[in-house]
Structures are given as structure tokens and as C-alpha cells.
Design a protein around this ligand. Sequence first.
Ligand code: GRF
Length: 190
Amino acid sequence: MGSIAILASGSGSNFEAICGELSRGRHEVRLLVCDRPGAFVLERAKRLGVPAFLASYKGRERPVVEREISQKLDEARVDLVVLAGYMRLLGPDFVGRYKGRLVNIHPSLLPAWPGTEAIARAWRAGDSTMGVTVHFVDEGMDTGPIIRQLAVQRRDSLADTETAIHQAEHLLYPLVILELLESTGEPERC
Ligand code: GRF
């Protein structure tokens, strides 16, 4: 059995898709870390019975907050740390500590369109093939080694394209997480 923690800042639709997939098997979502009070993902965690830790960055240095998060992850003894719409760049100490066990999803076919507003920028640029990428996290912004990608064809409207890309995320991310948890036996614990 493997266990994960999810870091998320917003709506948490990926969080919920991952919880749904893992609840059907022998793996466990052990912790949500959220940096935004009032984020909808906190409500989802409550409904799904996942313990949540609210990381408070206000007036505090990033390394201090990240050490606090690491402590929570260590206490939870998770195998994998999953970023799902965590809207902060993580510092080198944090990334170094979890390297190889820290993954992210990004709504573009990286290396195209890193950073925020990726779907809208790709759509406005006229890309006909768009998509999603799951990758390991390194110190850069959406630059780590790619694990898996899924292409999505452009739709007529931006809204429809966004919907299709989010559906692709909800399909791909839980499956990649399952694969990582089930590959090469038990991963080293965080
Ligand atoms: C997703 O599009 C993800 O790719 C990006 O942030 C968004 C999070 O959405 N990194 P949600 O909070 O999971 O609904």
C-alpha cells in the first residue's frame, strides 16, 4: 500500500479525481496541504475525510513555511508528494528533499506554455493540438522531467477547450500516480 499527500491552492478538481481513483484500491491520500484559507479544495477534503493542513505564508519567509510543510509530510509518512494546482514555486531545499517523489500536473504539452494561463495562451496563439503534462518537479517553473502527456484537440471556444483539458487531467493524473505507487515496489518514504 502506498500513500500520498496533495498540495493544492484552488478548486481541487484534480484532488478529488485522485482521491476517487485511489479510494478504489489499496492506496491512500493521507494529507491535503493548502495555502489559501477558503479554497474550495478544503471543502472537498472535509467531505472526503482527508485531513487538511493550512499552510500560512502571510508575513512569513518561504523556507520557514516549507519546513513546516515538510514536518507535516514526514509525520504523515507519505511515499509521494503531489502538486495539484499549488500556485506557489517551491524552494530548492524543499524540492531537493523530495526529488523523484514530487510530481506536478500542468495544462499544456510542456515544454510549450509553462507558467500561468497556459490554456488561454495556447488557445489564443491558435494551437490546434494542446494537452496536459505530468512531470517530476525540479527547481524551475514547469521544467522537470516529463513522465506522461496526453494530447487534446483544440475546441471552437476557449471554455470548451478548458473543459476538455481538465477532463484529460482528471483521467491522466490519477493513473500516473497509481503507476508511480505501484512501480518498483515500495518507494522510499519521505
Ligand atoms: C489545473 O489545471 C492544473 O493543471 C493546474 O492548476 C489547475 C488546478 O485545478 N496546475 P484544480 O484546483 O485541480 O481544479
